[in-house]
Design a protein around this ligand. Sequence first.
Ligand code: KIV
Ligand code: ZN
Length: 391
Amino acid sequence: MAPPSDPNRVLIFDTTLRDGEQSPGCSMNLSEKMEMAKALAELGVDIIEAGFPIASPGDFESVRAIAQEVHGPIICALARCNPVDIDRAAEALRGCPRPRIHVFLATSAIHREFKLRMTPQEVIQRAVDGVRRARDYCEDVEFSPEDAARTELDFLAEVVERAIEAGATTLNIPDTVGYAVPEHYAAIIRHLRTTVRGIDRCVLSVHCHNDLGLAVANSLAALREGARQVECTINGIGERAGNAALEEIVMALRTRRDFFGLTTGINTRLLYPTSRKLSHITGMHVQRNKAIVGQNAFAHEAGIHQDGMLKERSTYEIMRPEDVGIPRTELVLGKHSGRHALKQRVADLGYHLTDEQLNRVFEEFKRLADLKKEIYDSDIEALAENQLQTG
Ligand code: KIV
Ligand code: ZN
């Protein structure tokens, strides 16, 4: 795939169904994968990595079915750099209107020595052969030097250059074990962009794992250096601590457009529904304080914050919940809440109390809040009713 004509457009490559699904507790059957693939297409992702066809007959079938039935995004199949894998990926993609084969091979010294037992020259030859074979099947070929972030920089640049000569159109730089930090990862991308011949004709892509909690930060740092495809998953699911979370990257780019100057094709209002769909299908819950899609992402409990929000929401909100598909901001009533929020909730529940009645409800509410973790509307209603009857 050639780089998009708009130099500020970032391609969203979703790997929820491949790298995400590979993680414990996240496996999906064919119909679940199909449901997710359709949701991802609706969300507006540019590329769906549908699976690793050689891994199992089920993975092969899922890629085949998605390649046939899901229209809009490019459908990508993963393969190691060997003929059997690549032929199987091509077979799964047969008939797909927009196919991509993604071939990968480890390049770091650790992997070369202990896993592959190959010399650097053998690695280069295997990568070149893999890319060429994939190109025999389709024009859109992505190459990933696995464990790129721990690969010697000059060797990495050499492998990438040879993969481009062999016909790769997207060059993906994985931080396979989540080892990079933002400045380090940005420097790798800068080095490749400035030294590798032919890189301008290709899309430079990033793929970050979250072992140090830096997957999103690393991805964003790389986009600042000219990468234009970002590989990510819904809710950040993926091997070990996961992959970069799609919803966080998209909303960081959108909320800080002033800083990044970059756009995506994502319909952000579908972020929350898509996150919920994945949780529902996999049974893997999203942590309450998860950015963008967690239950607390747009909830405020502290009195000072609630007071600010009731006066002007931008005091404590940098994004609008509606923009990510969450119906409204929640002002949670608890022991930290103030009088202003309580007054508003009492009025929203349809009670008209005098200042004196409200003061008494507030006192009782604080006593109750010390005893309970959460105060429900039914608790407030009971306190207000009690005041109307006795007060
Ligand atoms: O993390 C990784 O290196 C991968 C590759 C297959 C791209 O998932
Ligand atoms: Zn990965």
